[in-house]
Write a protein that binds this ligand. Sequence first.
Ligand code: PHE
Length: 364
Amino acid sequence: MYSVPKLEDYSPASLDKAAAELLSALEAESQAAADAKAFEEFRNRWMARKNGILSQINDMWLKPAPGPSKRDVGQRVNALKTAAEERINAAQSRAAGSANDAKLKAETVDISLPGILRPLGVKHPVLRVLDELIDVFVKMGYSVAEGPEVETDYYNFEALNFPPNHPARDTQDTLFISGQEKRAQRDRLLLRTHTSPVQIRSMERLKPPVRVICPGKVFRNDAPDATHSPMFHQIEGLCVDTNITFGDLKGTLEHAMHSLFGSSVKTSFRPSFFPFTEPSVEVSISCPFCGGKGCRPCKQSGWIELLGAGMVDPNVFGFVNYDAQKLSGFAFGMGVERLAMMKYDVDDIQQFFYGDMRFLEQFA
Ligand code: PHE
């Protein structure tokens, strides 16, 4: 490795020779510095203030120079140091440049390669009908409310005017949470059998007037078959204000059915019973497939039963401290899978839960 020689004399020829040797040694060492660490060592060896080669030439060449040649030697040493520093700096930026080139090269994206195909999902048909219906009601000024799927006996039954042991409870085969015997009946937990408890929760939370739509999962101890499933979806509606009449209920539901199935469907209201509405009705629409003539989906009757509804029973207002003298309202509840079956002519409710792509892809 290069080390600074003692000068034999201070003649221009020997100074030139020493300078040329130093520069060529510098060039060789800079070429040999293969990586950043080696380059750093090389740079220190040459440029360090203390004992770097460039400061050694001051001590070894300039200081001992005899008086008459001092000036000449001084100028040469300075020029040589400047030249050496320039070369070191140039070598350094070359090294940095090639590191950058390597980095860029490694990061190159070949834009001619084919892309990754990510298939777009679509909404499940049940969710699609649910969202469509929510949209219809939101446009009429309803807001969306949700409640828990694990409910208490109080909200699912008692506050909806199903007294304990009332036979109306048997119309909904309920799944109870086990190990609740020690609790008071009203606090016992169950899987909600309908979305109607959200009516109570909404009235507890809001001052009248109230207009809410409550979508969600409900559960019943029904064996699965073509029209039953232990889990399905309902959408509930509740409207409470002064002067709400049965006419408002009819108009609202007719509008919703027209939005969902087209304006040519007719609605029909027949008396029914629910503990929390009085009077209560079953609502049917004229069959959207045959227009009422009779076909397979409507079982030749021309009508399809779609939902339950009625005027809120004054007893229910009593449970939420609403003034039944001043207020009136209507409520309705419908099965979303049933609506989807009608809308898309699906003859088996289980299709919605199998996850079979051949079925689901038809909604893409
Ligand atoms: N909750 C009732 C059911 O599940 C439906 C309903 C809702 C009826 C609101 C009247 C009013 O059968």
